[in-house]
Design a protein. Structure first.
Length: 255
C-alpha cells in the first residue's frame, strides 16, 4: 500500500479529488445513496459561517503566508451608493479562487481565536505547531481510493487537528456529535499508509468567543477502535456498491 504525499496542494484542488474522506465515510454509514448525493452537492456547496471561521483560523495559525490572498480584508463601506458598489465589485473581482469572504465580525472572531492558539503556553511547550501543515495524503485502503489532509504533522510525531468550538470544556460532546473519533482513526490510517510516524492525534479545541479558551485532547484507544470499525463498515459498503453499480438508500422494509 503505497501512498502519495503532496505538499503545497491547494485546498480547492484537494476537495476536487474523487476519493473517500471522513465526510464521505460518514455519508456512507448513513446510506450509499446519501454518499452519492453528497458528492453532487459538494461542488456547489456554500461554506457556512462556522466553516468560514474555522477555515480562517486554520489559515491564520497554520498557513499565515496564504492570508493576504486567501483571507483578504473586505471593504468597510456599505453597499449603498454606486461608488460603494463599485468598490465592492472591484474587490470581488480581485479575489483568488477559493478566497474566504468573511464579515468584519467573523474576521475578528477568527483573529482572536488564532491569537489564543498561537500564544497558548501549553501548545508552545508541547511544540504542537512545529511541523508540516496541510499535507495531502492519497492512498488506497482495502481497494478504495482515499485522501486525508492532516492540519499539521509535528516534528515530535503527532498529528494535530485544529477545531473551533462553542465550548471547549465539553469538547467530548463535539467528538460524539461530529464523529471526531472516526476522523482521528482516519488520520492514523493515512499516516500509516504514508509511513509517517503518528504517536497520536491531538485535537486543539479553541472557543469562538472570549476568552477563547483552549483544550488539547487525545482520544483514548476505545474511541479510536470504534472509529476504525465504523470506517471498515463504510469501506465494505463502498466496495459492494462499486462492484454492483447500485447505491441504495434505506432498506425498503417497514420499521
Amino acid at each position: 500500500m503505497t501512498a502519495q504525499i503532496h505538499e503545497g496542494l491547494a485546498i480547492g484542488e484537494y476537495h476536487k479529488l474523487e476519493r473517500l474522506s471522513p465526510s464521505g465515510i460518514g455519508a456512507l454509514l448513513r446510506s450509499p445513496a446519501h454518499y452519492q448525493a453528497q458528492r453532487e452537492e459538494w461542488a456547489t456547496r456554500e461554506p457556512s459561517k462556522a466553516l468560514r471561521i474555522g477555515s480562517a483560523v486554520h489559515l491564520l495559525v497554520l498557513e499565515p503566508e496564504l492570508v493576504p490572498t486567501m483571507l483578504p480584508v473586505a471593504p468597510t463601506v456599505p453597499k449603498r451608493s454606486n461608488a460603494d458598489k463599485a468598490t465592492w465589485a472591484e474587490w470581488e473581482a480581485s479575489l483568488a479562487p477559493g478566497a474566504l469572504r468573511l464579515t468584519a465580525d467573523e474576521r475578528e472572531t477568527a483573529e482572536s481565536a488564532a491569537a489564543a492558539v498561537l500564544t497558548h503556553e501549553g501548545i508552545r511547550r508541547a511544540e504542537l505547531l512545529k511541523g508540516r501543515a496541510e499535507v495531502s495524503i492519497l492512498w488506497e485502503q482495502d481497494g478504495a481510493p482515499c485522501k486525508a489532509r492532516p492540519d499539521l504533522i509535528t516534528e515530535r510525531g503527532f498529528v494535530v487537528d485544529l477545531k473551533t468550538t462553542e465550548d471547549a470544556a465539553d469538547f467530548e460532546r463535539s467528538v460524539a456529535q461530529y464523529s471526531y473519533h472516526r476522523q482521528a482513526a482516519w488520520l492514523q490510517m493515512a499516516a500509516a499508509a504514508a509511513d509517517i510516524e503518528c504517536k497520536g492525534v491531538v485535537f486543539i479545541a479553541v472557543e469562538k468567543t472570549a476568552p477563547y479558551g483552549i483544550r488539547t485532547v487525545i482520544l483514548d484507544s476505545i474511541a479510536l477502535v470504534q472509529g476504525e470499525r465504523e470506517i471498515e463498515r463504510a469501506l465494505a459498503a463502498y466496495r459492494t456498491c462499486t462492484d454492483s453499480g447500485e447505491w441504495p438508500c434505506y432498506p425498503a422494509t417497514l420499521d
